[in-house]
Design a protein around this ligand. Structure first.
Ligand code: IMO
Ligand code: MG
Length: 436
């Protein structure tokens, strides 16, 4: 381990000496809620700009500072460090209502937002009718969405009639797009027996947020470019997780955006050559909110105990999260899909005190073994995890370094590193302390 730390220390000195600007990406390797907010907060003090590139207010990124809890859904977590700028890229869907609430919340907490928050003009807007439709589709048997209007907003974008942030600057363009968007959305509302909307009400609604959105409008791709050219560091803040990716998650139990590293390039607008690191965040166990297959799910007292010790309730919807053992076939897949260079394990402290912790090292299906969730045809509903046991889990919370972990914990970590074929770059073992 020591050699690894020395290597990381040296490489960061070299980067600084050469004054190279770069982009690092943080993303989730499971089903969301991996602790991305906590990791981004920890890292972002070393960056000049933090950018969200996908998803919307379905995210719930939680950070604790001096015992105070901050939950952000839309504004990038970097805002919590004074001196760090933040941006919302065109791959995000922007709910002006949530944006306005968060700006107020941040100001109330003494955090200055003016001149520090930028929004790309190409970012599609989430309207109240999107949230209503999301809820209506859920009632008809959805997949357990957060009802934040995410899928309907992306649908309208791909249908090519979304109102986007820049449209609010041009009355005739806004009028044209709202008309087109409502023509379609009114068909849906009518279908569900809901009241149809008129163009002027919808325009008035979005224009009521013009005063907070307009000053923030800026080309985010160019903003990133400027930073990189000036030798500055940019951190991309992913939302949701790999297994919720629209292409590579368990369709249809997914969100409607690209949650993987490729999504950062697509959703913020930069090329691969400026990327330095890809941080992949995973919990020491697994959770999932909403419906869909979950091979290592625990439906017993152990699951309840992890859920309660880990405070596993959704930061966005308050829903109870499903809990299971760490799943290596899933993790290896996520690391591959995003080209993760720095795996980060979170919430290891939650497992403190457990006599036995299980680790799913492979899946069995119809007499065959799989060490990664490929091929694509592999049915996650039918696989049977093959477990190894580790424990007891001791010496985590008070450890200043990994050397202080109990033997059972050390073996668990060593085995994971061996299976994913790379070292775990950082481990979090509490809400606020440094990663080790
Ligand atoms: P963060 O960024 C966990 C899940 C929902 C549902 C599915 C689709 O905090 O990790 P959507 O509202 O996106 O259409 O719902 O995705 N989901 C999340 N689960 N963490 C999140 O975000 C999530 N965002 C969406 O529960 O299963
Ligand atoms: Mg969350």
């Amino acid at each position: 381990m020591r050699a690894l730390f020395e290597y990381r220390y040296l490489s960061s000195i070299i980067d600084k000496a050469m004054n190279r600007g770069y982009v690092d990406i943080v993303l989730g390797l499971q089903w969301g809620d991996e602790g991305k907010g906590r990791v981004v907060h920890y890292l972002s003090r070393d960056y000049e700009l933090v950018v969200r590139f996908q998803g919307g207010a379905n995210a719930g990124h939680t950070v604790y500072i001096n015992g105070e809890k901050y939950v952000l859904h839309l504004v990038p977590t970097g805002i919590l460090h004074n001196g760090v700028k933040v941006a919302i890229g065109p791959g995000v869907v922007l709910d002006p209502e949530v944006l306005s609430e968060e700006i107020q919340f941040l100001r109330g907490a003494g955090i200055d937002v003016d001149g520090r928050l930028f929004i790309d003009p190409r970012t599609p807007i989430v309207f109240p009718f999107h949230k209503r439709e999301d809820a209506l589709f859920e009632e008809k048997g959805g997949i357990g969405s957060t009802k934040r209007g995410i899928a309907p907003a992306y649908r309208d974008l791909y249908q090519r009639f979304a109102v986007r942030v820049g449209d609010i600057l041009d009355e005739s363009q806004l009028d044209k797009m709202v008309r087109k968007q409502l023509e379609f959305n009114n068909i849906i509302l009518r279908h569900f027996g809901e009241r149809e909307l008129n163009v002027s009400d919808v325009k008035d609604w979005v224009l009521s947020y013009k005063n907070i959105i307009e000053p923030a409008i800026l080309d985010v791709s160019l903003l990133i470019r400027e930073h990189v050219l000036q030798g500055k560091r940019v951190l991309l803040e992913g939302a949701q997780g790999t297994l919720l990716d629209i292409f590579f998650g368990n369709y249809p139990y997914v969100t409607s955006s690209h949650t993987i590293a490729g999504g950062a390039l697509v959703g913020a607008g930069f090329g691969k050559d400026v990327i330095r690191r890809v941080y992949g965040v995973f919990k020491a166990y697994v959770t999932r909110v909403g419906k869909g297959p979950f091979p290592t799910e625990l439906k017993d007292d152990t699951g309840e105990e992890i859920a309660s010790k880990g405070e596993e309730f959704g930061a966005t919807t308050g829903r109870k999260r499903r809990v299971g053992w760490l799943d290596i076939p899933l993790l290896k897949y996520a690391i591959w899909i995003s080209g993760v260079t720095h795996p980060v394990m979170t919430k290891l402290d939650v497992l403190e005190g457990f006599r036995e912790v299980k680790l799913a090292v492979s899946y069995r299906l119809d007499g065959e073994f799989y060490d990664m969730i490929t091929p694509a045809s592999l049915s996650l509903e039918r696989v049977e995890p093959v477990y190894e046991s580790y424990g007891p889990f001791e010496g985590i919370k008070n450890a200043e370094s990994r050397d202080a972990f109990g033997e059972g914990v050390k073996e668990y970590i060593k085995r994971i590193e061996n299976l994913i074929e790379m070292p775990i770059s950082s481990i979090s073992k509490g809400k606020e302390n440094d990663l080790i």
